[in-house]
Design a protein around this ligand. Structure first.
Ligand SMILES: *[C@@H]1O[C@H](CO)[C@@H](O)[C@H](O)[C@H]1NC(C)=O
Ligand SMILES: *[C@@H]1O[C@H](CO)[C@@H](O)[C@H](O)[C@H]1NC(C)=O
Ligand SMILES: *[C@@H]1O[C@H](CO)[C@@H](O)[C@H](O)[C@H]1NC(C)=O
Ligand SMILES: *[C@@H]1O[C@H](CO)[C@@H](O)[C@H](O)[C@H]1NC(C)=O
Ligand SMILES: *[C@@H]1O[C@H](CO)[C@@H](O)[C@H](O)[C@H]1NC(C)=O
Ligand SMILES: *[C@@H]1O[C@H](CO)[C@@H](O)[C@H](O)[C@H]1NC(C)=O
Ligand SMILES: *[C@@H]1O[C@H](CO)[C@@H](O)[C@H](O)[C@H]1NC(C)=O
Ligand SMILES: *[C@@H]1O[C@H](CO)[C@@H](O)[C@H](O)[C@H]1NC(C)=O
Ligand SMILES: *[C@@H]1O[C@H](CO)[C@@H](O)[C@H](O)[C@H]1NC(C)=O
Ligand SMILES: *[C@@H]1O[C@H](CO)[C@@H](O)[C@H](O)[C@H]1NC(C)=O
Length: 326
């Protein structure tokens, strides 16, 4: 058979044989993933903090990398002053579900390249130099997203309504940014949300209706931790908030909240309530006497009146409460 084969075909066969290992590599995802990581190292200009990223070592053993079943699932490069934008090829790591790049100097608008990471569940880009608006099409991030931490950056504008469309989201951390638009009612669609922290943003009073707590927070049935302190919020506290059974911590201090404190409290797991420094009026709800897990209650700097319900003084866990009536 080979006797009748023209020489050119021999040549092709040999060439094919020698290129086979490379074709083989194309099928070997382990090797491919290492190549992507080495590409990342090179993109970051071969910095000393990842000098141990070398081809002869198993990338699954690198401290910044976690593999599951041989696939890269976690990438954690923290506190090294990365000054480059996130490269598109990061999502070529198809099983990447966890990205933590907090405490760096990543200087860009929201990194849309991450829309291609279809298995992303955990994204922590806090403490970077991210700017601009959170894009409406953030919905293109993986619908598996459970944690989104963009705190301590310089995002501005509204929190987009589309933030409400992450069915798995458990924690939304947007504190210490420059959001000056509104908190959208769609946030109430996050039915698995346990932690919501928008603390310290200048939701500006001139941007109506920016400044109110949307009534829909009452729909966050999984909510445990809520921090909306120091946000320039006005309007009243939605009655529905204190009906959330799993709620344990509520920080609403340093806003311009007015009206009375919601009377009906079904959130019997509450441990901390801080409503201080607002313009709340009326009396302290009798229902607070039912909060046997309460360790801290701060109501000072408001315009409350009337007696402190006597049972509050008898709450077994209460360490400190501060009520200054002005
Ligand atoms: C895939 O590549 C890795 C790393 O280069 C190597 O250790 C492994 O043997 C390769 N697997 C196959 C099936 O070729
Ligand atoms: C990052 O930059 C800051 C300020 O420029 C510096 O203080 C810090 O030491 C740097 N950190 C690292 C890990 O290089
Ligand atoms: C990686 O992800 C793909 C598709 O998203 C999935 O089919 C595969 O099982 C995952 N591999 C591992 C090792 O988890
Ligand atoms: C997603 O990946 C494809 C193919 O690699 C690329 O063409 C596209 O630009 C990427 N999308 C984003 C948003 O980076
Ligand atoms: C970002 O938020 C997540 C979820 O709440 C938290 O586990 C993580 O520690 C936060 N990151 C930083 C740097 O605080
Ligand atoms: C999301 O929230 C808005 C406003 O609260 C509501 O009108 C809408 O029906 C919700 N969408 C879904 C899918 O629940
Ligand atoms: C929010 O801040 C941005 C950037 O500083 C500014 O351009 C915009 O006008 C502000 N919006 C409001 C409603 O104040
Ligand atoms: C709360 O959820 C219910 C149904 O789940 C929906 O009809 C209602 O519009 C939501 N309320 C708000 C304010 O989003
Ligand atoms: C409330 O917390 C309990 C106990 O942790 C949990 O089983 C339940 O699913 C939570 N409720 C919601 C609506 O998430
Ligand atoms: C109360 O909050 C305002 C801002 O809303 C702030 O300027 C003031 O210092 C706060 N007072 C106290 C005692 O925290």
């Amino acid at each position: 058979m080979s006797k009748t084969t023209p020489p050119s075909l021999h040549f092709f066969t040999i060439l094919f044989f020698f290129t086979l290992p490379f074709h083989g590599n194309a099928q070997n995802i382990t090797a491919q993933e290492q190549t992507i990581l080495l590409q990342l190292k090179s993109y970051l200009s071969n910095p000393p903090y990842i000098s141990h990223w070398i081809p002869s070592s198993d990338h699954c053993m690198w401290p910044e990398i976690t593999c599951t079943n041989g696939r890269v699932t976690k990438l954690e490069i923290i506190n090294v002053n990365i000054t480059k934008t996130i490269p598109t090829f990061i999502c070529d790591l198809k099983n990447l579900s966890y990205i933590d790049l907090h405490l760096n100097k990543i200087p860009e608008s929201f990194p849309a390249v991450l829309y291609n990471c279809s298995n992303l569940e955990y994204l922590d880009l806090s403490q970077n130099l991210l700017v601009g608006r959170i894009p409406d099409d953030i919905t293109r991030l993986s619908s598996r997203l459970q944690v989104l931490n963009l705190s301590i950056n310089s995002f501005t504008g509204d929190i987009p309504a589309s933030i409400g469309s992450f069915p798995q989201l458990k924690s939304l951390q947007l504190y210490s940014n420059l959001f000056n638009g509104s908190i959208p009612p769609e946030i109430g669609n996050l039915s698995n949300l346990e932690e919501l922290n928008l603390n310290f943003n200048p939701f500006l009073p001139q941007a109506i209706p920016s400044r109110e707590i949307p009534e829909s927070v009452g729909n966050l049935t999984a909510l445990e931790f809520l921090d909306l302190s120091e946000n320039g919020l006005s309007g009243s506290i939605p009655n529905s908030l204190f009906l959330l059974k799993n709620l344990t911590v509520v920080y609403l201090y340093k806003n311009r909240l007015s009206g009375s404190i919601p009377r009906t409290v079904e959130a019997l797991n509450l441990e901390v309530i801080d409503l201080s420094n607002n313009t709340l009026m009326g009396t302290i709800p009798d229902d607070y006497e039912k909060l046997t897990k309460l360790t801290g209650l701060a109501l000072f700097f408001n315009q409350l009146s009337g007696e402190v319900p006597i049972g509050i003084g008898r709450l077994p866990s209460l360490i400190g409460y501060w009520v200054i009536q002005q």
